[in-house]
Design a protein. Structure first.
Length: 158
């Protein structure tokens, strides 16, 4: 299930505003990510191979987990119209097939003169942080984005 789109403009943001998305990691997600990226490391695709690693079982690609941050940024906080500037990532623990990853993005700082938002990003499984970092995004102002809202089917929700 894809997250519902929500458009937030720079004026809608405030420090502490947060959004969370949860995703159960399916084997088909990992296989699809391998097909798209070409990363066919057997630790992601072969249970036999992965059983001999310290993880003991297949794990999701770290960048697949990081991609879930992009889903929050592009659909909910701030949403359509936001432009990624940069992202830092710290991989803390593996994500296994069947895990539910909770992705939380929180506004940490706003830079009005540049329309930038610095966001803390955390992915966790069962309360344990598996990935964290920060994103910097450029966020449109309302007066700049009226055509965007019209293309999205009306006015944004807040």
């Amino acid at each position: 299930m894809l997250p519902e789109l929500r458009v937030l403009y720079f004026e809608d943001l405030e420090v502490g505003l947060s959004e969370t998305l949860s995703k159960v990691i399916a084997s088909s997600d990992v296989v699809g990510f391998a097909e798209i990226t070409g990363d066919r490391n057997p630790i992601h695709l072969s249970e036999h191979f992965a059983a001999r690693t310290p993880f003991g079982t297949r794990i999701a690609h770290g960048l697949y987990t990081a991609g879930l941050i992009s889903a929050v940024l592009g659909t909910r906080l701030p949403g359509p119209g936001a432009v990624y500037i940069s992202q830092t990532l710290n991989f803390r623990a593996p994500v296994r097939i069947g895990d539910t990853v909770d992705v939380t993005v929180t506004v940490a700082e706003l830079v009005p003169e540049r329309r930038r938002a610095r966001l803390t990003c955390t992915c966790s499984v069962g309360g344990e942080t598996v990935l964290d970092g920060e994103a910097l995004v450029k966020v449109p102002r309302k007066e700049e984005a009226d055509p965007l809202a019209a293309r999205m089917g009306g006015r944004p929700s807040a």
